[in-house]
Design a protein around this ligand. Structure first.
Ligand SMILES: NC(=O)c1ccc[n+]([C@@H]2O[C@H](COP(=O)([O-])OP(=O)(O)OC[C@H]3O[C@@H](n4cnc5c(N)ncnc54)[C@H](O)[C@@H]3O)[C@@H](O)[C@H]2O)c1
Length: 335
């Protein structure tokens, strides 16, 4: 394998930190991790690899044109995963940061690549761009009907990257991962929220009747998929959109029950609250294109991934309690 220098944006976040760890432990590549360290970025996500000789960490913003221009000039490959990523936050707190980071940040990176070409630019889009499934499973031709401000900004970045492939011939690949879960995920997201609520013997709050279902991808499977993109001949994937999914869906209510079951907590901890506006009801991704183009298929079953994730949150209580405290302090000072 030829050694490359890879820029991973959002490198202190949940998915990117897992991908950075994957690159450092499973590949020969050098890694530059660029992260603005918003409330979702956490240097502790990288503690075990921070001193690694092939990792440089840059504290900075993808919306900073000069900084981005400098870094892009020094790398061979870009994986753009930096984003405001919390659907509910985009609904309740406004879309501004979502538009500027997710859309404008992507545009700044893409324009930097026009000036200083790279070998490939991988955009981490999202299955949320599809909206509720019109058919099962959802393939890459499914209509884009984003149902939340977050999803709309991801669709904007996704189509912007595609337009730069068509218009300027940039070497773009667009990945649409379905819902991720695993260690180091901020406790605002549903799987770690249920786990941490159960560990603290607090009610697991479920929107509506909990029927909303998603296709759940273990974060290490996701890292392997991005690696597969880096290893695939660019001629066969340039300009392509590829789903990263498992092909099965599990409802929010089922997940709450499974968490309570694994932790030996009573089912009475499940508590229903009003349905979330902009709710996507069902998501199952087609896995055909990822298998055909990348030779990739998710390997971790939901049962196995959930057990590994629960074990991690049991062993890393300080990590999630600190994240929850920071969130409470931030919302107190905002109000
Ligand atoms: N988590 C999921 O289930 C999921 C599913 C599909 C797609 N995605 C996408 O995958 C990517 C990573 O998601 P995640 O769950 O790891 O998110 P995350 O919120 O855990 O991490 C995002 C990271 O981006 C950083 N960041 C935010 N704004 C930035 C900016 N302007 N400049 C530089 N860094 C910035 C944050 O500090 C954080 O470290 C995102 O693009 C998200 O939209 C996530």
């Amino acid at each position: 394998m030829i050694k490359k220098k890879i820029l991973v944006t959002g490198g202190a976040g949940f998915i990117s930190s897992s991908f950075v760890r994957h690159l450092l432990t499973k590949t020969p590549h050098d890694v530059v991790s660029l992260d603005a360290l918003t409330y979702a970025g956490n240097m502790e996500n990288l503690t075990d690899v921070l001193g690694h000789e092939r990792l440089s960490f840059v504290h900075g913003d993808i919306r900073d044109r000069d900084l981005v221009g400098d870094i892009v000039g020094q790398v061979d490959v870009i994986v753009n995963a930096a984003a405001e990523s919390h659907v509910e936050k985009s609904i309740l707190e406004g879309a501004r940061e979502f538009v500027t980071t997710n859309v404008e940040g992507t545009q700044i990176l893409l324009d930097a690549v026009r000036r200083r070409p790279v070998e490939r630019f991988v955009l981490i889009s999202s299955s949320e761009v599809y909206g509720t499934a019109e058919r099962d499973p959802m393939d890459e031709e499914h209509a884009l009907n984003p149902r939340s401000p977050y999803a709309a900004t991801k669709a904007g970045a996704d189509r912007l990257a595609y337009a730069y492939f068509v218009t300027y011939g940039l070497p773009i690949v667009i990945l649409r991962p379905f819902n991720n879960y695993g260690p180091f995920q901020h406790p605002e997201k549903v799987v770690p929220r249920f786990i941490t609520q159960a560990l603290a013997d607090r009610p697991l709050t479920i929107h509506g009747d909990g029927h909303a279902s998603r296709d759940w991808l273990y974060v290490e499977d996701h890292a392997e998929a991005i690696d597969a993109v880096l290893c695939t001949d660019m001629d066969s994937i340039a300009g392509e959109v590829v789903n990263l999914a498992t092909g099965a869906d599990i409802s929010v209510s089922q997940i709450a029950s499974m968490v309570l079951d694994v932790l030996g907590k009573p089912a009475t901890l499940k508590e229903h609250v009003p349905e979330r506006p902009g709710q996507v009801h069902r998501h199952i991704g087609s896995t055909d294109k990822a298998e055909r183009l990348l030779g990739w298929r998710a390997r971790v079953s939901f049962e196995d991934g959930l057990e590994r994730t629960i074990a991690w949150y049991q062993q890393n209580r300080l990590w999630w309690e600190t994240a929850l405290r920071a969130e409470r302090t931030a919302s107190r000072s905002a109000s």
